[in-house]
Design a protein around this ligand. Structure first.
Ligand SMILES: [Zn+2]
Ligand SMILES: [Zn+2]
Length: 153
């Protein structure tokens, strides 16, 4: 998810550009899922502040009934990115430690930031619905599907 921000870095502080994002990405295990929403790039005195309201939509399997379902992970981003080279003269710039950076060609890559924010927002327990009944512990029948006859003990 790369954005050429050279031009925006040469604009006055406070300039805002808005994008509608619709991309696919993964969390590292090769599984891809769509991420969509609105992104704002705001020129700050030192770099670009990215604010965004996004939603990742992924296939998950329920921790209780093991059924697969669509997990929506909404997340909000607010993160400043710092250029590593001067947008006018091209010389190297110092950046704060541990900050997200814009590469020497003024390309801002959002992928790693999105990955980190999504991981933070992933629910610990992934349930197909809050009231999921899970599986019968005697026969493994999916209890969400209704009553069943079970040879209890
Ligand atoms: Zn379930
Ligand atoms: Zn049963």
């Amino acid at each position: 998810m790369r954005f050429d921000v050279g031009e925006q870095l040469r604009e006055p502080v406070g300039t805002i550009h808005t994008y509608n994002l619709e991309e696919r990405m993964g969390l590292g295990e090769g599984d891809e899922f769509p991420v969509a929403g609105r992104l704002n790039f705001i020129r700050t005195s030192q770099g670009l502040l990215i604010t965004a309201d996004l939603e990742a939509t992924m296939e998950a399997s329920c921790n209780r009934c093991l059924d697969s379902f669509t997990l929506s992970v909404p997340f909000h981003i607010e993160e400043e990115f710092f250029p590593t080279s001067d947008p006018w003269k091209g010389g190297r710039l110092e950046t704060p430690e541990d900050a997200f950076t814009i590469d020497a060609h003024q390309v801002l890559d959002l992928t790693e930031a999105l990955r980190q924010y999504i991981l933070l927002q992933m629910p610990m327990k992934q349930l197909c619905r809050p009231s999921c009944l899970g599986l019968c512990r005697h026969c493994g029948h999916n209890l969400n599907l209704g009553p069943h006859s079970c040879p209890r003990d």
